[in-house]
Write a protein that binds this ligand. Structure first.
Ligand code: DGT
Length: 230
């Protein structure tokens, strides 16, 4: 079955020449990525791709997110393999829109989550090496293009409060320490830039603020490209 765009034309894979301006929204669990993305939904020239969490909760009837939290030693490799696949699918999803906005990316899966699981000794080194080989190979193929990264920078305490409030059943074993550790990794990657290379220029927004204030800060700093086309 051929995928069709909204104007009825078949969607063909984007080439380097006709690819959309691609934005990825990153930040700790609970920092407000999903809410931030809402503002872009429904606009005709923006393709918004929320994180595939629902897919992770039902892979042929298996809830990989739950399995990963319940028994990380057994399921982390399976879970991360699937996250990497679904992220790649989003990066490659053809669109005729001028802009594609994604919640998270193949980068944060590798640089934040695989990194933490490996450091914790939960993901055994041979499994981490296989994940990494796939990751590096994907990047070498130039499949993944990012033009702007928006870092929703929250304090771990605020993010943790929000996680407690939303009560996602799989996350009831997530502790403040877990959130703090993920925060450090995001900070070192995207704020201090000491951990891994950044795939694109970064816009940092203070995500401890209310949704309205985050949006106001974004309006102030949004790139010229957005002013011209949207
Ligand atoms: P938001 O809207 O900023 O509150 O974002 P969340 O917390 O809904 O979204 P996110 O991506 O930070 O996390 C969704 C859930 O999936 C959360 O339980 C963490 C988990 N998760 C996301 N990506 C990965 C990954 O690559 N590996 C692991 N182990 N967990 C992940």
């Amino acid at each position: 079955v051929k995928k069709m765009s909204s104007n009825g034309k078949p969607l063909i894979p984007n080439t380097l020449e006709n690819r959309p301006f691609t934005v990825v929204v990153e930040g700790n669990m609970g920092c407000g990525k999903t809410t931030f993305l809402e503002r872009f939904k429904g606009k005709s020239n923006i393709c918004v791709l929320s994180e595939p969490v629902e897919n992770w909760r039902n892979v042929n009837g298996h809830n990989l997110l739950h399995l990963m939290y319940e028994n990380p030693e057994t399921w982390s490799f399976t879970f991360q393999s699937y996250v990497q696949l679904t992220m790649l699918q989003n990066h490659l999803l053809p669109t005729t829109c001028a802009v594609k906005i994604m919640e998270r990316s193949i980068y944060s899966a590798r640089y934040c989550f695989v990194e933490k699981l490996t450091r914790d000794g939960v993901l055994p080194l041979p499994s981490a090496a296989v994940m990494d080989s796939w990751f590096k190979w994907i990047l070498q193929q130039n499949f993944v293009q990012v033009d702007l990264l928006i870092y929703l920078r929250s304090s771990p305490e605020v993010a943790y409060e929000r996680i407690l409030k939303r009560k996602r059943p799989e996350e009831n074993m997530v502790s403040l320490d877990y959130v703090k550790y993920l925060h450090e990794i995001h900070e070192n990657w995207l704020y201090f830039k000491t951990l891994f290379t950044c795939p694109a220029p970064i816009l940092v927004l203070n995500a401890d603020q209310s949704t309205l204030d985050v949006h106001a800060e974004y309006e102030k700093w949004k790139p010229d490209f957005f002013r011209k086309t949207l």
